[in-house]
Design a protein around this ligand. Structure first.
Ligand code: KIV
Length: 273
């Protein structure tokens, strides 16, 4: 059973209808085993292009490819029975034209079976969002801090403190919502602006570093599990500390292998008597 009482996955329409009812719960997922663990707890699983940094050690999301997104989208779909699965359109797969965006989105949806796509961008992407939505592709927008634009915006920092920045994010969110996005990720913005946008637009806002004023929250799963302990942005909370556990387990394994205490008799096959 899904969180909505049906035996199928949560739809983008159901996510949209959750605005004003209860907060949307979302995490990223990139693999089948993790999707299996997260599925029952999340309304939406996002196969984010953050996988480029989290899984592949890339310096940003810019080099992530369609092939990576499709492979991980397929992996997540194998682990999910109830959450809505949204796959990121990678950098360069949708910005050129609305037709290019449709081809990329249609390929991702057909090859993964996911429920919709996410794309980054504000007013300049509104026409594309309307084009995709009118042709059967549910679109989640992404405004505020847009990691795919890090090379032109100059880094990862929270936005919206100046009137100029706030006006742009406000207009971006309104344009993407008016174009038909079923939800909008709002990343790295100050609380009053997130609250204002959430009140102004019809689509639910899903915040990451954008305060509790949003209609839902998303975090990178590996961040919230404490799998990275070298850098922790202010907006991340570690709900577990898995990095030291992994390290301790690897150390214990290495010790037992070197001491020849692993594998023990209980892990060893013997000829039949
Ligand atoms: O790529 C990603 O994981 C994302 C979320 C952080 C919102 O876009």
């Amino acid at each position: 059973m899904s969180k909505h009482g049906a035996t199928k996955r949560t739809t983008t329409a159901q996510l949209q209808a959750m605005k004003g009812v209860r907060p949307i719960v979302s995490l990223t997922a990139y693999t089948t085993p993790m999707a299996r663990l997260l599925d029952e707890h999340c309304d939406m699983l996002l196969v984010g292009d953050s996988l480029g940094m989290v899984l592949y050690g890339l310096p940003s999301t810019v080099a992530v490819t369609m092939e990576m997104m499709i492979a991980h989208g397929q992996a997540v779909m194998r682990g999910v029975t109830s959450a809505c699965v949204i796959v990121d359109l990678p950098f360069g797969s949708y910005q050129e034209s609305r037709e290019q965006a449709f081809r990329s989105a249609a390929r991702i949806m057909a090859e993964t079976g996911c429920d919709g796509v996410k794309l980054e961008g504000g007013a300049e992407m509104a026409e594309t969002v309307a084009f995709l939505t009118a042709r059967g592709v549910p679109v989640c927008g992404h405004v505020g801090l847009m990691p795919q634009q890090v090379n032109t915006t100059g880094g990862y920092r929270s936005l919206g403190r100046s009137d100029k920045e706030a006006d742009k994010i406000r207009n971006d969110a309104q344009a993407i919502a008016d174009a038909g996005a079923f939800a909008i990720v709002v990343e790295g913005t100050i609380e009053p602006l997130a609250r204002e946008i959430t009140a102004a637009i019809a689509a639910p806002t899903i915040g990451i570093g954008a305060s509790p004023a949003c209609d839902g929250q998303v975090l990178v799963c590996d961040d919230m599990l404490g799998l990275f302990n070298d850098f922790k942005p202010r907006f991340v909370k570690h709900f577990a500390e898995l990095a030291p556990l992994v390290s301790q387990a690897a150390a214990a394994y290495a010790e037992e292998v070197k001491a020849r205490t692993f594998p023990g008799p209980e892990h060893t096959f013997q000829p039949k008597k």
